[in-house]
Design a protein around this ligand. Structure first.
Ligand code: V47
Length: 386
């Protein structure tokens, strides 16, 4: 039985959302209480999602590149990182990086998502070089690269300003920033899981600078470890505040913690119901961020499909070479074919739409899948295999 108090409180929230009002910290914490039925929250988030995107379910054709796993930091949630002398550590060379670019183009990818460790001995030029090598050889691929954690490290290495680093990376081929490294902003949590790396202030400041020089970016939240609902809503409100000021975020991706092979392996992974609740609450709080992504690699395919009716409008991409989640025990496939991803969106009752990283629709030549162009008349770019 749902208590009349809970019903009344939820009715107030429903009215706010229906009338385009804003939810606050207390509303968000309330929505996390188990007495509020998930179905009701999902229905409201679905209404907000359909108001923004109708019946569309977005996906892209993408690939990942993690050029090194060697990292000076030891985030407790990370199963991917390696120490400098650990046999597991690797550093890719130019030939391997370019090989990934070739493979991406041959498979019709429009985006490469590049993140990695902060290697003890590699300088800024090595990281910059990865972008310039790929961009020179394969300019048609959008390089979504380096989180504020890496950018902050580059500022440390170069002694340049954040703006100068970002502008220099853009000159080298950077297209936009991915959403990683955000984890949980609140110091009560951040100081316990990743105390050494860029703090909340720096993460926000770096995205703000990126937006100010015209780069778009994504944002994330890592949930399901030691944080409380209060920390999650605080995190979402900090993102909403930056978005009010810059409008530069494109999509929010809630990331459920995968515990295997991490220093937090005693923690049980969040349930599918908690995943759906978090996606729905995120859609409701982040009323100014255009997209919410259900990252199928992290959620599993069934939950990602359900998420398309709980606030999410995007499912990420076909994906190849994902390591961060698979090292931490994800059992999802390593790749989906275009037919599979379209089918799973269709099965969820949505219309699959291929987008590029900047959410422009992609049109593909019906006789040659590898040739594509965006629908943006200012950027009609025919992309073929070189
Ligand atoms: O920052 C690391 C998280 C993030 C684990 O921008 C873990 O489109 C769960 O940011 N369990 C990287 N999560 C991934 C990321 C991302 C993914 C998909 C799309 C986009 C985008 C961005 O993954 C890290 C961290 O928050 N992470 N280890 C783990 N064991």
């Amino acid at each position: 039985m749902i208590s009349p108090n809970v019903k009344d409180r939820f009715r107030v929230i429903r009215n706010k959302v229906e009338q385009g009002g804003r939810l606050d910290l207390e509303d968000g914490i309330f929505l996390y209480s188990p007495e509020v039925p998930l179905h009701d929250i999902g229905q409201l988030a679905n209404m907000a999602r359909e108001r923004m995107h109708g019946n569309v379910g977005y996906y892209n054709i993408n690939t990942h590149l993690n050029p090194t796993n060697v990292c000076v930091y030891r985030c407790r949630f990370c199963a991917f990182r390696s120490d400098l002398r650990d046999p597991k550590g690797y550093v890719m060379n130019e030939e391997q990086v370019l090989g990934r670019g070739r493979e991406a183009v041959e498979n019709g990818c429009t985006e490469m998502h590049i993140v990695g460790g902060l290697h003890h001995k590699l300088g800024y030029d090595w990281y910059r070089g990865i972008l310039s090598q790929l961009n020179e050889a394969y300019p048609q691929i959008h390089l979504k690269a380096w989180t504020p954690v890496e950018i902050d490290w580059f500022v440390f290495l170069t002694k340049w300003t954040t703006e100068k680093v970002l502008a220099d990376l853009r000159d080298a081929g950077l297209g936009s920033l991915p959403g990683g490294g955000a984890e949980i902003f609140h110091p009560e949590v951040r100081n316990q899981i990743c105390e050494h790396k860029a703090n909340a202030h720096r993460w926000i400041e770096i995205h703000q600078t990126a937006h100010e020089i015209g780069l778009k970016s994504n944002c994330t939240m890592l949930y399901g470890h030691i944080e409380e609902p209060y920390h999650r809503i605080d995190h979402l409100l900090r993102l909403r505040d930056l978005q009010d000021r810059t409008g530069g975020f494109q999509t929010f991706i809630p990331l459920a913690f995968h515990p295997d092979n991490t220093k937090l392996s005693h923690i049980k992974k969040a349930s599918a119901l908690m995943d759906l609740r978090t996606i729905a609450i995120s859609r409701l709080i982040l009323d100014n961020v255009p997209h919410v992504k259900a990252y199928w690699i992290m959620l599993g395919i069934g939950t990602a499909q359900s998420a398309l009716s709980y606030g999410a409008d995007d499912i990420d991409g076909t994906v190849r070479h994902e390591l961060i989640y698979h090292d931490a025990g994800a059992t999802t496939p390593e790749i989906l074919s275009v037919e599979q991803i379209r089918q799973l969106i269709t099965e969820a009752g949505r219309t699959p739409v291929e987008r590029d990283t900047l959410y422009r629709n992609i049109h593909r030549d019906e006789h040659d899948f590898k040739t594509w162009y965006t629908g943006d008349p200012t950027e009609v770019k025919v992309c073929t295999t070189p």
